[in-house]
Write a protein that binds this ligand. Structure first.
Ligand SMILES: CC(C)(COP(=O)(O)OP(=O)(O)OC[C@H]1O[C@@H](n2cnc3c(N)ncnc32)[C@H](O)[C@@H]1OP(=O)(O)O)[C@@H](O)C(=O)NCCC(=O)NCCS
Length: 168
């Protein structure tokens, strides 16, 4: 059985390992590169995953094993604090197709809505990433714009779709 919970400092080693796997497995979907991710110390990562009034990171666990992650951060300024951004959605390839990404999105959404009062979610997705686009569309996200050449991986450019979902 897979369960989802917020990550905290003791999860930093597993989170780092999952981010390195994501950099290797999905370099056109997940930023940054393996080298950039590797440069972060465990202390920095502990700070990046700890829940604060403006950020939270959720992990999906099969027993004690971290098999999926997603982050959510809230805009701090008054005029934009009704919005939160979903980032870093990644599921271990051996655990895909079981609804884990949906569970992670649901946990991040509940947190943004109930803890922060957020009423709108934002995210960006590589325009060529069809599984992720289907995931977000099935979860109620709609595309409102496309950034041409948003990302360059090797010598190829990729456009990014900007999506949003109204919670109320
Ligand atoms: C995209 C990703 C997060 C989906 O994770 P997952 O746990 O397999 O997704 P789920 O099982 O929760 O699937 C939910 C929905 O996503 C869509 N989906 C997921 N995988 C898909 C695939 N390979 N092809 C088409 N649609 C897919 C479907 O709509 C699916 O709903 P359905 O099963 O009712 O058809 C996973 O493939 C992944 O980690 N990819 C690499 C990283 C990435 O692209 N992240 C997104 C960055 S923006």
């Amino acid at each position: 059985m897979v369960t989802v919970r917020p990550l905290d400092s003791p999860d930093a080693e597993q989170f780092k390992a999952m981010r390195l796997l994501a950099a290797d497995n999905a370099p056109t979907a997940i930023r940054p590169t393996r080298q950039e991710e590797f440069a972060h110390s465990i202390e920095e990562i502990a700070g990046r995953i700890r829940s604060t009034p403006t950020q939270a990171v959720f992990g999906a666990f099969a027993g004690e094993l971290l098999v999926g992650i997603t982050g959510v951060r809230r805009e701090p300024l008054c005029q934009v604090k009704h919005k939160a951004t979903i980032w870093g959605v990644f599921v271990d390839p051996s655990y895909r197709g079981r609804g884990i990404a949906q569970m992670l999105l649901a946990a991040a959404t509940a947190h943004a809505s109930e803890e922060w009062g957020t009423i709108q979610l934002m995210l960006c997705v590589n325009a060529e990433n069809l599984p992720a686009k289907r995931l977000y569309a099935s979860y109620g996200f709609r595309t409102f714009g496309v950034e041409p050449r948003a990302m360059k991986v090797g010598d190829r450019f990729y456009d990014e779709e900007h999506m949003f979902k109204q919670l109320v």
